[in-house]
Design a protein around this ligand. Structure first.
Ligand code: UD1
Length: 419
């Protein structure tokens, strides 16, 4: 198993280019299933999760080709099965995104239930209920969701909770349904909007993208297009956090500042100087004191749960006390115990962490428990005195493209080792 060895203490300086957004690419890969003709997705990050979804659709018979310029080309004309098997789905919940498109286009889909997940129960009841409201006959048996529908019918769906992939699944299904679908309490995450934009380019009729009410008029068919993925706002935030936690200056290039308002506000509150242009953001922490900040995660446009762990690391080595409340997932505090191994002073009460900033952390061996927790530990390692070894970095590879090379380009001392 591979590990990162991080030698802390270097203030990061320089520029880093942001990759395409993982959480935007995955629904776009699923959306290719809706296209009658070949399709290309550009600015695709080379990530394990992207490979997993490619394997899911390839298993169904889709021709998938990655080229050397970070593009994926797909052709669905060779689809022969409608099943997403357990072996793949269990490694990545987002595989559930193929359910809506397959059902809408082929009237049939069989997707393994995703099963347990480190950061909480994460059920898929909203995906199922929405498709049922559109007339699908769904049975959950032998660990699989088996769905059938002659043709889905437009419906008014009120989502009980804001769900990102739930909204995406229903949005994709609605594009080929008969008549009008209204999705109320829809997720407003930029990745949902990016998907809507791509679907519109494919010929879908969607109104309300970016709001919590999506109105879709079903069409007969969609065509493949050439679509460029939006920048990864969580990767952007993570590199800015690396600048903040090391007292350095980091400029993220090919970023999308308008997708990060709540996060940039918190960086400013933490004492950083933030400046931005159309597609770049710079954080300058040189000569400034990092202050602990209160964080409460909520659906977009509020502070994202996917940045919670990184801010916890910042709070751990700042001045003052920061209260971090996680409201989206019930078990997303596993990095707390690991941060404590580096000397962090954190009290956990349910889903609230009270973090008393320490003047310094000290390197230690730690273990990543999920994707963003792994980023949190790398950040803490960059700030800590001495050597931090981060184990189980396969979590990191699910969502960060070449993180060690990008960090090294900013002056970080980080190395991937086989152990
Ligand atoms: C997506 C993101 C993930 C991010 C999360 C929240 C992708 C691939 N992943 O995950 O990085 O952390 O949004 O911003 O885009 N829920 C139900 N029933 C359902 C669906 C969800 O109860 O059918 C609950 C979940 O347990 C959770 C909450 O709703 O408590 C939000 O989850 P959701 O937005 O669906 O997360 P994902 O789409 O899985």
């Amino acid at each position: 198993m591979q590990k990162f060895i991080v030698e802390g203490g270097a203030a990061l300086e320089g520029e880093v280019t942001i990759s395409g957004a993982k959480n935007a690419v995955l629904p776009l890969q699923a959306a290719t299933l809706l296209a009658d003709t070949p399709m290309s997705i550009r600015n695709v990050p080379r990530l394990k999760d992207v490979q997993t979804l490619a394997a899911v659709i390839e298993g169904m018979g889709v021709a998938v080709r990655f080229d050397e310029h970070n593009n994926i080309h797909t052709d669905t004309r060779t689809i022969h099965t409608f099943t997403a098997p357990y072996e793949l789905v269990r490694t990545m919940r987002a595989s559930i995104l193929v359910l809506g498109p397959m059902l809408a286009r082929f009237g049939e889909a069989e997707v393994s239930l995703p099963g347990g997940c480190a950061i909480g129960d994460r059920p898929v009841n909203l995906h199922i209920a929405g498709l049922e409201a559109m007339g699908a006959d769904i049975r959950v048996e032998e660990g699989y969701i088996r769905a059938r529908a002659k043709r889905l019918k437009g419906a008014r769906i009120v989502m009980e909770m804001v769900s990102v992939t739930g909204t995406e699944n229903l949005l994709m299904a609605a594009t080929l349904a008969e008549g009008r679908t209204v999705i109320e309490n829809a997720a407003r995450e930029p990745e949902v909007t990016d998907l809507a934009r791509c679907l519109i380019a494919m010929g879908a009729r969607i109104e309300g993208a970016g709001t919590d009410r999506l109105v879709v008029e079903g069409v007969e068919s969609l065509k493949g297009v050439d679509y460029t993925v939006l920048p990864d706002r969580i990767e952007t935030g993570t590199f800015l956090a690396a600048g903040a936690i090391t007292g350095g200056r980091v400029r993220t290039l090919r970023a999308a500042p308008d997708t990060l308002d709540a996060v940039l506000q918190k960086f400013t509150e933490a004492g950083a100087a933030i400046s931005s242009g159309e597609d770049w953001i710079e954080l300058d922490m040189r000569g400034r004191t990092l202050r602990a900040v209160d964080i409460r995660t909520d659906p977009y446009p509020a502070f994202p749960t996917d940045m919670q762990a990184q801010f916890m690391a910042m709070n751990a080595c700042s001045q003052g006390i920061g209260v971090v409340v996680e409201t989206i997932f019930e078990n997303r505090m596993m990095h707390v115990a690991e941060l404590k191994r580096l000397g962090a002073n954190i009290r956990l009460e349910g889903n609230t962490a009270i973090v008393a900033g320490m003047p310094y952390l000290k390197g230690a061996p730690v273990m990543a428990t999920d994707l963003r927790a792994s980023a949190c530990l790398i950040l803490a390692g960059l700030a800590a005195e001495g050597k931090t070894t981060v184990d189980r970095i396969y979590h990191t590879d699910r969502g960060y493209e070449c993180i060690e090379h990008k960090l090294a380009g900013l002056g970080a001392r980080i190395e991937r080792v086989n152990a």
